[in-house]
Design a protein around this ligand. Structure first.
Ligand code: UDP
Length: 372
């Protein structure tokens, strides 16, 4: 029987934060395993061999946080390329700012109508306010109702049906609430105080975090193949909680993505890093990676995301699906988990939560604090 002090399943951001803390602060040995052949989980990136452009294998990751402790923590392992994300969606063939803001309003409506709607929005909600689309749709004012319906139809409905297979109102409201209507001229996707992309990529940052002689990384290793012949004092599990329990209570659903990468023979293809397509095409969005780190090449790489249900063995889990039924099933798994001793579930899949990267780090740091 092999013995380890700490076993961490999953070499994504959650697992790596805990590995780093346990080794650095507790001076304890850590074995961290992953069934994939690389570290980093879904934040893994790599340099494309032909163009040297840094590509995010599992889709776009732009770091943003208001949490100074999280920003300072990660800054020990990377410099940051200063970057504030800007996203456009094609509405009626016009590229408009997302979140839909006052500039978007003026882009899609004739001047008089745009001015009337702008005034009504500011009078009702105030300037610099963020209003989730499902909230805006509740308004009684006929003009604002018209606006809400328009934005719902053109920005949210098609995109959400493609991305999740259901309408915005059939998901937890926090999902469409991630991208509210913004009564502002701020054209950034996020307003957080700290925003950026690791200057040498996410993988380099993760490798630096793992650089400790007390941390052993074993890739191509499935927890199911080793759990029966390994003893641990603590287990941190960032895989799917339903899989850990062999689906004893049923399967938690996840969305997956089929991301198609294309190298285009031109310097730039798009007007910016991310274009959303609520209405056109079968993919949700296209992302041009050279914008992220301002990389130079005669060619460019663009990814196209096709969303689909997660199927075991066929594709990867990307997103838990936040709704009432799934939360209830997760809660039942959580009760089982709470009965285990020295086993901790973490990350998007362990907690079945639609975490952003900073929330993942904050959660892992908070758990580490509890261990102390
Ligand atoms: N969304 C939308 N249209 C957009 C952008 C976002 O309907 O143009 C909705 C959609 O349901 C999406 C959610 O808002 O899944 C969250 O978007 P976000 O960009 O945060 O998704 P992520 O980058 O996490 O995939």
């Amino acid at each position: 029987m092999r013995k380890v002090k700490n076993l961490i399943v999953g070499c994504g951001l959650s697992g790596v934060v805990l590995a780093e803390r346990l080794a650095k602060q507790f001076h304890e040995e850590v074995l961290i395993i992953d069934r994939r052949n690389h570290v980093g989980g879904n934040i893994y990136d790599y340099q494309d061999a032909e163009t040297n452009i840094t590509v995010h294998k599992y889709g776009p990751h732009v770091f943003h946080t208001n949490d100074k402790a999280v920003w300072n923590y990660l800054s020990q392992f990377t410099d940051w390329h200063r970057f504030m994300y800007r996203v456009k969606a094609v509405m009626d063939g016009i590229e408009v700012n997302i979140p839909f803001n006052l500039d978007s309003l003026h882009k899609v409506f004739p001047r008089q109508l745009a001015e009337k709607l702008e005034e009504k929005l500011i009078n009702k909600f105030g300037f610099n306010k963020k209003i989730p689309i499902l909230e805006l749709r509740k308004t009684q004012d006929a003009d604002l109702e018209f606006l809400a319906d328009y934005v719902y139809q053109k920005v949210f409905l098609g995109y959400t049906v493609k991305q999740w297979g259901v309408k915005p109102e059939d998901l937890d409201k926090s999902v469409s609430g991630r991208v509210p209507v913004y009564i502002s001229r701020d054209s950034r996707y996020f307003q957080d105080k700290y925003q950026g992309i690791p200057a040498n990529g996410y993988t380099a940052m993760i490798e630096k975090m793992l650089q400790n002689p007390l941390i052993k990384v074993e890739l191509n290793t499935d927890f199911k193949d080793i759990l029966s012949h390994i003893e641990y004092e603590r287990l941190f599990f960032s895989g799917a909680i339903d899989e850990y329990f062999n689906y004893a209570l049923g399967r938690l659903p996840y969305r997956s993505l089929n991301i198609v990468f294309k190298t285009h023979n031109c310097e730039y293809l798009q007007s910016g890093p991310q274009i959303n397509f609520p209405e056109n095409y079968d993919y949700t969005r296209s992302v041009e990676y050279k914008y992220y780190l301002d990389e130079k090449s005669d060619k460019t790489i663009v990814s196209y995301e096709y969303s689909c249900p997660y199927k075991e063995g066929k594709n990867e889990r990307y997103y838990p699906i936040p709704n009432n039924d799934n939360q209830q099933l997760y809660n039942r798994y959580l009760s089982k988990a709470q009965k285990l001793k020295n086993v901790y579930f973490i990350g998007r899949l362990g907690d079945y939560k639609y975490y952003n990267m900073d929330q993942t780090v904050a959660r892992a740091l908070a758990l580490f604090k509890e261990l102390k």
